[in-house]
Design a protein around this ligand. Structure first.
Ligand SMILES: [Zn+2]
Ligand SMILES: [Zn+2]
Ligand SMILES: [Zn+2]
Length: 336
C-alpha cells in the first residue's frame, strides 16, 4: 500500500543550503558513505505507460502502485485474469481490487479522468491526423487536473470550475519551471502546446474556465522540468531469454513517469556527479555513488546515458538547450 504523505526524512544526512553562485543546493551534514540513500520522494502525480513510439509498455504493472502483476502460472497464455481492469475504460489496469478502488476515489473518477481516457481512445480513431489523444502527454495532463486540481467532471458552477484551476496552479507553484522567454515566438512549441491544450480540453469535456491555456502552458513546462521516468530495473526480457539459450537477461524497462518537485528543485547538475537517481516502484531516490565529505555538495547528472560520454562543448550545449544554464562543474572547468 502506498502512502502519498509518507515523506521519508532526508534530514539526517543532507540539508538544503544557498550559495550565491548556484542558488539552492544540497550538501551533506557529515561524512557519508557511497551507497547511502539521501532523498526519497513520492510523486505528486504519476502515470503508468510509455509513449506510442516506445518499445516498452506498462501492461504488466499496476497503474496505481507500479507493483508487477505476477502470473501464478507462467504456462498460462493470458495474464488477463490476474489483472484487474478499470470497469469502464479498460485503459487503467491494477494489481488488486483495492488499488482500483483507491485510484477511483483519488483521481480516476468515472465522470472525470476515466471518461476522458475512454473518449481519447475513440477520438484518436476518428481523427488520426491530430496529435495522438491518448498518448502520455495528454493523459498526464488530465491526471494532473484530476489529482491536483480535484477535477471530477461534475463541475457546473463558475465557482466550482475556477476552483479546479486554482488548485492546479497552487500545486504546480511548488514546481520549478521556467517558461522560456522565446516560447511565444517559437511556432513549433507554441502550436504543439496549443494543440495539446485544446485536445486535453476536448477530452475532458471542459471549457476554458477549467483548462486555461496559460495554466496549461505553465503546467507543461513544470512537468517537463520535474518529471522523471520510472523503471523496473529487474525486468526479465522474454525475447532476450529465447535468443540466449534461456540465459536470464535483465534490463531496465520503462513503466511510466512521475512528478517530483522536491528532488528536481534541490539537486544541481555535475558532469561527474557523486549521486544518481533510481526508483523503487513509484518512489524516486537519490543514492550516493561516491564517499562524500562533510559539507560537500551532492550532485546528479541531468544528462542521459548516451549524452554523458559527450565532449565538454557538446555536453554544455545540451545542458544550455534543455536546462538553460552554463555548466561550470569541476569536470567542465578541468577540460577547459
Ligand atoms: Zn496496485
Ligand atoms: Zn477507467
Ligand atoms: Zn559540466
Amino acid at each position: 500500500m502506498i502512502d502519498d504523505d509518507d515523506d521519508v526524512n532526508d534530514d539526517v544526512v543532507v540539508m538544503i543550503s544557498w550559495c550565491e553562485r548556484k542558488g539552492r543546493r544540497v550538501t551533506t551534514r557529515k561524512e557519508t558513505k557511497s551507497g547511502t540513500i539521501v532523498s526519497d520522494e513520492a510523486p505528486l502525480v504519476w502515470l503508468a505507460g510509455c509513449e506510442k513510439d516506445d518499445d516498452d509498455d506498462a501492461d504488466e504493472y499496476c497503474h496505481r502502485c507500479f507493483e508487477k502483476i505476477t502470473k501464478p502460472n507462467a504456462s498460462l497464455k493470458s495474464s488477463s485474469s490476474f489483472v484487474v481492469e478499470c470497469e469502464y475504460c479498460n485503459v487503467e489496469k491494477y494489481c488488486s481490487v483495492d488499488c482500483r478502488r483507491l485510484a477511483a476515489s483519488e483521481y480516476h473518477r468515472k465522470s472525470g479522468e476515466c471518461f476522458a481516457f475512454e473518449t481519447g481512445k475513440d477520438a484518436e480513431k476518428s481523427d488520426p491526423t491530430r496529435y495522438p489523444f491518448d498518448d502520455v502527454p495528454n493523459r498526464f495532463a488530465i491526471r494532473a487536473y484530476a489529482k491536483l486540481g480535484g477535477w471530477t467532471g461534475l463541475e457546473k458552477t463558475l465557482e466550482e470550475k475556477k476552483k479546479v484551476s486554482e488548485n492546479l496552479r497552487k500545486h504546480l507553484n511548488e514546481c520549478v519551471a521556467h517558461v522560456p522567454n522565446d516560447y511565444h515566438h517559437d511556432d513549433n512549441k507554441k502550436n504543439f502546446l496549443s494543440t495539446l491544450c485544446s485536445n486535453t480540453r476536448a477530452l475532458m469535456g471542459a471549457d476554458e474556465e477549467i483548462v486555461k491555456e496559460e495554466d496549461f502552458v505553465r503546467a507543461a513546462w513544470a512537468m517537463r522540468a520535474n518529471a522523471h521516468t520510472l523503471y523496473d530495473y529487474n525486468y526479465d526480457d522474454d525475447d532476450n531469454n529465447n535468443n540466449n539459450n534461456n540465459k536470464k537477461k535483465r534490463r531496465r524497462k520503462k513503466i511510466g513517469v512521475g512528478l517530483f518537485p522536491e528532488v528536481s528543485r534541490s539537486y544541481n547538475h555535475s558532469c561527474e556527479p557523486n549521486a544518481f537517481f533510481e526508483n523503487v516502484r513509484l518512489r524516486l531516490r537519490v543514492r550516493l555513488i561516491k564517499d562524500v565529505a562533510s559539507g560537500e555538495e551532492i550532485t546528479i547528472s541531468y544528462l542521459n546515458d548516451d549524452e554523458k560520454g559527450e565532449k565538454r562543448q557538446h555536453r554544455r550545449e545540451l545542458l544550455k538547450k534543455q536546462y538553460n544554464f552554463d555548466c561550470e562543474c569541476a569536470k567542465c572547468e578541468r577540460e577547459k
